[in-house]
Design a protein around this ligand. Structure first.
Ligand code: ADP
Ligand code: MG
Length: 696
């Protein structure tokens, strides 16, 4: 077996490879681009491209691709062979600087939300040199951003890179006020914990809902779910263990810092957490992780389900987005620190996040909105749709003491004055952690827990970076003008805590009482995707994104519309799948069974005995079967009446939510009731007990 040294980053054109293979000058110039965001000189690009090609060929690659992330949560790639013809009917393998830096993709079938008309379908891909190129399936993949002909963002990476710049600009201003002149760059870091389900592939292949929707649309609860809590952190099943080992190896080769693996709460549910990295790399790596999970599962005759709610009645899957900010000098800005000076700085950055989350609750909610995630948020298994912050008792008390100019009752018995006193040490709790909060401070980072398991982490981090940049911009504007920095800082922090403390909630976010209280506090509650996505174009939010040059009004509109359109399409696919399964599988199976049962009852009666339970069952079956048939009809009619909603995605999405979803629920209820009374041998596809408990 290969050692970790041989394995890790084997397929990555990483810094040590670059240092080895690039002339010193080129290496230095490239680093200027990577570290300081400088434009890349074409000459340098040519040298890099050539070295990259040689390396890729030595590693068995035949093609290259600009690997990008369109607005549909997956990645896109179009392969080009390195070949170019030379006289004599032969070819040489080439790769130019131009080809490395910029690509052209006729991508008319990718979502653009009206930003690009089909006749002007060209899109351009541009290399993101801060994320290393890598080889996957003999293809050299170059992480790229993807824009329209006129430069509008059509992908996840472009706004993410812009939001990183915005945060960097404002955070550096603030750091300089604290005299940290050595800090010239601030970068957001993210460690995304990925949850997923594994099911047996043979069972999967027999369920159209899993194949078409990635989640079950029918299924009565199994006798056992997650109530015993025996799956969470339980011994990992042998087949799953083999899958995990394989996955780790592939991820390590790709330079992904796969670190923690364990069984999750629901049966058949698991999690993988990498070590954090800078956010655009974390985002690329999370996309790769999802892709590899799916691919490697199949090698083990398993299928990986990334949908947010694959099974009713047990927990769904999310992604915890651990987020912080680091300086180029290696300093975590959300780490409380060991001196009064550091404490003050920490408190200011902490306050900037509190203010940001309160001012832009709506955007954070919108950033995690999807048809799949709607089934999870608010289901008492994931944070509710209401955004709030968990700070923990200790830190909350400190903020209260500051706000009231009172003594903090902890160990430090002095008045807490910002810039003079140190923060008392508070524990980085791990045990009594509040798992119900959507946005929790966990000692030296925030954990945003509302993300769906199948989504790109980009949207959430674009919002996070930008809203914190906005708080910091306001703070820097004020503090830069201050005559007495320390007293201005103190007043600012106290004022902002007072203004935004309503967003802090340390209690149980699943409780009904919290809904009422949140309402009284004036917090925003955007229950569904249809409520949430339109806030992208609210005036205050457009102003925010335009101020920081992250997204323009047109780009925001396109994102909102793409999201709403995806919502409607997802529900439509699910509804069509339900109709197909119910009318061509469930109803026929039930009728077959009913027929057999009727014959049995008849022959028993003919033999002179009575079979009253048979009669009762027949009555139940026929009644439910009729209702099932009606429900199929209702859903079908409802889909037929769907108003043509060209250019009105919001109306379309609302129709799907208000008219179609209830019909789907009606149909499912009858099907699930029938499943419980139908002879198992007649049931046309594998049931929950098999799907959730068959992998050993
Ligand atoms: P916890 O048990 O507190 O959730 P872990 O150590 O398991 O903490 O970390 C969870 C995730 O948070 C991991 O992906 C980890 O790399 C990431 N993480 C830790 N520190 C930071 C940080 N400063 N910024 C971003 N992510 C971080
Ligand atoms: Mg965690």
């Amino acid at each position: 077996m290969a050692t970790m040294d041989e394995l890790f980053g084997l397929n990555v054109f990483n810094d040590s490879v670059m240092r080895q293979r690039l002339p010193k000058e080129t290496y230095r110039a490239l680093h200027k681009t990577i570290d300081d965001g400088r434009r890349l000189d074409p000459q340098v690009a040519s040298v890099v491209a050539n070295a990259m090609k040689d390396w890729a060929l030595e590693h068995g690659a035949t093609h290259y691709t600009h690997w990008f992330q369109p607005l549909n949560s997956v990645t896109a790639e179009k392969h080009d062979a390195f070949i170019s013809p030379v006289p004599g009917g032969r070819v040489v393998q080439e790769f130019s600087g131009k080809e490395l830096v910029r690509g052209e993709a006729d991508a008319s079938s990718l979502p653009s939300g009206g930003l690009r008309s089909t006749f002007e379908a060209r899109g351009y891909t541009t290399w993101d040199p801060t994320s290393y190129a890598f080889i996957k399936d003999r293809v050299l993949c170059i992480p790229t951003a993807y824009c329209s002909y006129s430069g509008e963002a059509l992908d996840q990476k472009t706004p993410l890179l812009r939001s990183m710049e915005a945060l960097n600009r404002q955070a550096v201003r603030v750091l300089h006020l604290f005299g940290r002149l050595d800090a010239t760059r601030v970068t957001p870091t993210v460690g995304p914990e990925q949850e997923y389900f594994l099911v047996d592939k043979d069972l999967y292949n027999r369920r159209s809902d899993l194949i078409f929707a990635g989640r079950t649309l029918f299924g009565a609860k199994a006798p056992k779910g997650q109530e015993l809590g025996d799956h969470f952190f339980g011994t990992i099943q042998t087949r799953v263990q083999a899958f995990m080992a394989d996955l780790n190896e592939e991820l390590w080769k790709l330079g992904v810092l796969a670190k923690t693996e364990h069984n999750e709460t629901a049966p058949a549910q698991h999690e993988m957490a990498p070590i954090y990295s800078i956010v655009n790399v974390a985002c690329d790596h999370n996309q790769l992780t999802m892709e590899m999970m799916k691919k490697i599962a199949r090698r083990h005759n398993l299928v990986c389900l990334l949908a947010e709610k694959p099974f009713e009645g047990v927990n769904g899957s999310g992604k915890h987005n651990n987020w912080s900010m680091f300086t180029n000098t290696g300093y975590n800005l959300l780490e409380p620190g060991d001196s009064p000076h550091e404490s003050a700085q920490f408190l200011l950055f902490l306050t900037s996040v509190i203010k940001a989350v309160d001012d832009y609750q709506d955007l954070l909610r919108a950033s995690v909105a999807s048809a799949g995630n709607d089934h999870r948020l608010g289901g008492c298994e994931a944070p509710p749709a209401i955004i709030s912050i968990f700070l923990g008792d200790e830190l909350t008390e400190i903020l209260q003491a500051l706000e009231h100019g009172a003594r903090y009752s902890g160990r430090e018995k002095a008045d807490m004055t910002i810039g003079v006193h140190m923060l008392p040490k508070f524990p980085k709790d791990t045990t009594d952690r509040n798992r119900t909060s959507p946005f929790a401070f966990t000692g030296n980072k925030f954990e945003f827990r509302s993300l769906g398991s199948s989504a790109s982490i980009s949207d959430a981090n674009v919002v996070l970076n930008t809203i914190v940049a906005e708080s910091l911009r306001q703070f820097a504007d004020e503090l830069e003008k201050a005559e007495d920095f320390r007293s201005c800082l103190h007043d600012l922090i106290v004022r902002e805590i007072r203004a935004h403390k309503r967003i802090i909630f340390n209690g149980n976010n699943y409780a009904d009482a919290w809904r009422e209280e949140a309402d009284q506090r004036g917090l925003v509650c955007l229950e569904t995707t249809v409520d949430a996505l339109p806030v992208y174009t609210a005036e205050k939010n457009v102003r925010l994104f335009e101020t920081h040059q992250v997204l323009s009004a047109a780009e925001l509109r396109s994102r909102r519309d793409i999201g709403l359109d995806a919502y409607a399409k997802t529900i439509n696919i699910e509804a069509e799948t339900m109709i197909m399964m119910a009318s061509r599988q469930i109803l026929p199976a039930v009728l077959r069974y009913t027929g057999t049962l009727a014959s049995s009852v008849n022959s028993v009666r003919a033999a002179g005995a009575d079979l009253s339970c048979g009669g009762t069952l027949l009555a139940d079956l026929t009644r439910e079967a009729d209702m099932l048939s009606d429900a199929i009809h209702h859903l079908d009619e409802c889909l037929k009446k769907r108003p043509s909603a060209e250019d009105r995605p919001e109306e379309d999405a609302r129709y799907m939510r208000d008219s179609v979803l209830p019909r789907m629920a009606e149909l499912r209820a009858h099907a699930d009731a029938l499943e419980k009374i139908t002879d198992k041998t007649y049931w046309p596809f594998p049931t929950y007990d098999e799907l959730l408990f068959s992998v050993e």
